[in-house]
Design a protein around this ligand. Structure first.
Ligand code: ARG
Length: 466
């Protein structure tokens, strides 16, 4: 196909090969071909209703566009060389098929509003797909929370054993985090879901076009009012990437936990062989590489966010070619976030938790010290004094190489006369979680409430159609 530029009229020389090679974006933006064709069809139908094109012309253009879509989908249209971008490639092919009639498609339109439209259409799909995968991971976390409802484990602060918690409670914390991610995506969608088409280059069109009609045809909630803003705005891409970066941060924290929970030192989690890898030299190794890669890929997504923000920060209004660079980070973030959400669900499905081992860690430590201090407060000691007494009991146990389970009342009385036999109802680790009374705590009743809440929420979840 001839690669004479469609804008070639005022040029005496063709674009140098080096300039074309440098500036082409077809490798990247060819992924937008479906969006581009959907946008063009809506545009041409509107042009026909508004009597800017004849109905028969619009029909022929629409049919040819659908054929081109098939040609691309089946690899029959070679996009590999000579085109500036996907928008030009499709239009050139249209003109090749229809002759001068093909040249009418671009009436009342610019690539500036065209590319802005394609990206918004793409973003809507991306938001829906990421939201679907987020929801799926939430469901897997919920499933594991139900399955391990009776498992208690050490909870940590500063990576030091702190207090017993239910494993379910810990997993449900991630369900909450992912819910905020879901909300962020839906919030971003509200602003993304408006049509910029009809802004033309940036100043609007001299033709009596109906922008709202195009918006309706493409299921947008309305148009982007200001035509200058319509072609210059990439906020929605930044919001999407920022939302994905936050999701990746959440996944990375969980990945980090899975990595060390899988170590001999922790021994809490066991992921099946299918989701772990071996070492090329150390035959005994079984490594949590999938989780590590999720943690690693988080850096890529953060990089993409900084890249987009930096691309935009110096741009005067309206369109600038710099904006072509937005697609590389956008597509990479979309792909990476999807892959990571999916693999995390798979890892979790294929991971078992060692309840017995976790319970053993609770027995052989002092994680119920806070429960002992609270007990003394209930017996009348001020909290600070109770903290001090309990600290001394812990020091005693450490120096005698014993745990709370080995203490008797007589020994406890040497620290405070306030201790009575009922202290053993609170300081034994398996009793601790049941002692919690506050809303949202790790007590089985509160965790059960969370499970019921999330089962209901995730069951009724409705993803946007578009
Ligand atoms: N390939 C360009 C992009 O993705 C399309 C818009 C080009 N517009 C222009 N006036 N050069 O941004």
């Amino acid at each position: 196909m001839s690669n004479k530029a469609l804008w070639g009229g005022r040029f005496k020389e063709p674009l140098a090969d080096a300039a074309l090679d440098f500036s082409t974006s077809i490798d990247v933006d060819q992924h937008l071909y479906k969006e581009d064709i959907a946008g063009s069809i809506a545009h041409v139908e509107m042009l026909s209703v508004c009597k800017i094109l004849k109905a028969s012309e619009a029909r022929r253009i629409r049919t040819a566009l659908r054929q081109i879509e098939k040609e691309i989908a089946t690899g029959r249209f070679d996009l590999s060389r000579g085109f500036e971008d996907i928008h030009m490639a499709i239009e050139q092919r249209l003109i090749q098929k229809l002759g001068p009639l093909g040249g009418k498609l671009h009436t009342a339109r610019s690539r500036n509003d065209q590319v802005a439209l394609d990206e918004r259409l793409f973003l809507r799909t991306a938001i829906r797909e990421v939201a679907k995968l987020l929801t799926n991971l939430q469901r897997v976390l919920l499933y594991k929370s139900e399955k391990y409802f009776d498992a208690a484990m050490p909870g940590y602060t500063h990576v030091q054993r702190a207090q017993p918690v239910l494993l379910s409670h810990h997993l449900l914390a991630y369900v909450n985090m992912l819910e905020r991610d879901y909300d962020r995506l839906m919030d971003c969608r509200k602003r993304a879901n408006r049509s910029p088409l009809g802004a033309a280059a940036f100043a609007g069109s001299t033709f009596p076009i109906d922008r709202a009609m195009v918006a309706r045809k493409l299921h947008f909630e309305g148009i982007v009012e200001n035509s200058i803003d319509a072609v210059s705005d990439r906020d929605h891409l930044i919001e999407f990437v920022a939302a994905c970066a936050t999701t990746m941060m959440h996944l990375s924290r969980f990945a980090e936990e899975l990595v060390y929970w899988s170590s001999k030192e922790f021994g809490f989690a066991h992921t099946s062989d299918a989701y772990t890898t071996g070492s090329s030299i150390m035959p005994q190794k079984k490594n949590p590489d999938m989780a590590e890669l999720v943690r690693g890929k988080t850096g890529r997504v953060y990089g993409a966010l900084v890249s987009l923000l930096t691309q935009m920060k110096g741009l005067p209004l309206a369109y600038n070619r710099d904006m072509q660079e937005d697609k590389v980070p956008l597509f990479d973030v979309y792909k990476t976030t999807r892959e990571c959400l999916f693999i995390m669900s798979q890892i979790l499905v294929h991971t078992t938790f060692d309840k017995e081992h976790m319970a053993e860690q609770l027995r052989t430590d002092y994680l119920t010290a806070t429960d002992m201090a609270d007990y003394l407060v209930r017996k009348g000691l001020p909290f600070r004094q109770a903290h001090e007494v309990t600290g001394r009991v812990v020091a005693h146990c450490i120096s005698h190489r014993m745990f709370f389970g080995n203490l008797d009342l007589e020994t406890l009385h040497t620290f405070s006369p306030a201790f009575e036999t009922d202290v053993f109802e609170v300081i034994l680790p398996h009793m601790s979680v049941g002692q919690k009374k506050s809303a949202g705590s790790t007590s089985p009743q509160e965790v059960k409430k969370q499970i019921v809440h999330w089962s209901r929420e995730l069951k009724k979840r409705k993803l946007p159609k578009q």
